[in-house]
Design a protein around this ligand. Structure first.
Ligand SMILES: [Zn+2]
Ligand SMILES: [Zn+2]
Length: 389
């Protein structure tokens, strides 16, 4: 009996202390985005489930998935009111999921936030309360009592999957008088513009109109790798949080201030003032030089841009210049460099490239615009005979 206990304990220690193994031989699974001026970029997934509500796994799996994906912050937001496993798992203390995850994560940098899902018919629908102290005290018949108790505990509260066909057959998000009342009373601070594998376009408009924080979450119930095809190069929806410090308080402050961008199926969704610095921090011009044809200098500028993020950027050229090899739509792949051959007509010492970023959105059909400043490097003239591709 003792031996069994010892070996299972050893197994637990080993699985949490060994350097992370790579899944399926992958070389790049961790989600990486650069910091932006003044803030650290933290990758968060603030809506997840385990067997403590209607999920299929124990909390240690959520911690391991987060470590594999390079997530900085998670919250296990079990349904307070929906407890389908209750016969097998009597769930008297609704804080257990958080407590277990916190324990499993204690030797890692992963931040685990105490959360719960207030689960009601629409309106108000489902809402997550984060940074709570005691989930048990949120169980009330009247949803307003649940929201008010969450606020008493200092919670950041957001509207989950406001487009969910389970509650809304059109899949169209509409702000009800009840939501307006919640916002007015300071009981609703954010909204999911993306949840699992759906995008709530009207929720972005509502977030902009009512200054709600923009979030994207996995709402995972089974396994991240299966649902989001991680082995095939997919990624879970996440919220990038721009925090003054890497701590629970830093995350809380950023969420209340609305400093977020959601990343979903390669699209970045957020306020323009946060999208622009994120994109500009992602795309760095490494070098630029005029190409040689034989011994003759051409007026084709070779601009080498490194993309320091996991997003594949799709840029629509809005400069007067056109490209030698590409059409006006160019793709910058993640964590690698791309060379753009720009026809500058005459030799310039510096110029600007202007792009619309098609895989980023800040309002209905609105894409942010960026400028890339190019300084030509005169020491890097490449001698290349019979230049062609
Ligand atoms: Zn829900
Ligand atoms: Zn949920």
């Amino acid at each position: 009996m003792k031996l069994i206990k010892l070996s299972s304990l050893t197994f637990i220690c080993l699985t949490f202390m060994l350097p992370q193994a790579k899944l399926y031989g992958q070389t790049h699974q961790k989600i990486e985005f650069p910091n932006v001026p003044g803030y650290q970029t933290l990758v968060t997934d603030l809506h997840q489930h385990t067997v403590f509500s209607d999920g299929s796994v124990w909390p240690d799996i959520r911690v391991k998935e987060a470590l594999f994906d390079g997530i900085d912050v998670i919250s296990l937001t079990e349904h307070l009111e929906y407890q389908p496993h209750q016969e097998d798992l009597p769930h008297k203390d609704r804080n257990r999921s958080y407590e277990l995850a916190k324990e499993y994560a204690k030797n890692h940098e992963l931040i685990v936030i105490h959360g719960a899902e207030i689960t009601r018919n629409l309106p108000p629908g489902h809402s997550n309360a984060l940074f709570i102290q005691d989930a048990n005290k949120l169980i009330h018949d009247d949803y307003m009592d649940a929201f008010r108790e969450a606020k008493n505990q200092g919670a950041f509260i957001f509207w989950n999957h406001p487009n969910w066909v389970g509650q809304n057959k059109q899949g169209i998000t509409k702000l009800s008088p009840i939501h307006e009342e919640l916002i007015k009373e300071g009981l609703l601070h954010g909204v999911e513009v993306t949840n699992e594998n759906t995008f709530a376009d009207q929720a972005l408009t509502i977030a902009n109109e009512h200054e709600l924080t923009i979030l994207g979450t996995s709402d995972i119930h089974e396994l991240i790798d299966w649902l989001f095809d991680i082995p095939g190069g997919g990624h879970r929806p996440v919220t990038l949080v721009f925090a003054k410090e890497r701590s629970e308080l830093g995350v809380k402050d950023a969420l209340f201030e609305g400093r977020t961008v959601a990343w979903y199926q390669n699209s970045l969704i957020g306020q323009e003032k946060y999208l622009t610095p994120l994109i500009e921090s992602s795309l760095v011009v490494d070098t630029a030089y005029y190409q040689m044809y034989g011994n003759t200098k051409t007026q084709i500028a070779e601009v080498v841009i490194f993309n320091h993020s996991d997003a594949t950027y799709l840029l629509n050229n809005q400069s007067d210049f056109s490209f030698y090899h590409a059409t006006d739509v160019v793709q910058l792949n993640p964590q690698t460099s791309t060379t753009l051959s720009v026809k500058t007509v005459q030799q310039l010492s510096a110029f600007e490239l202007n792009f619309e970023v098609l895989n980023a959105i800040y309002a209905k059909k609105k894409h942010p615009k960026i400028k890339l400043k190019i300084n030509m490097d005169t020491n890097l003239n490449k001698l290349q005979k019979n230049y062609r591709r």
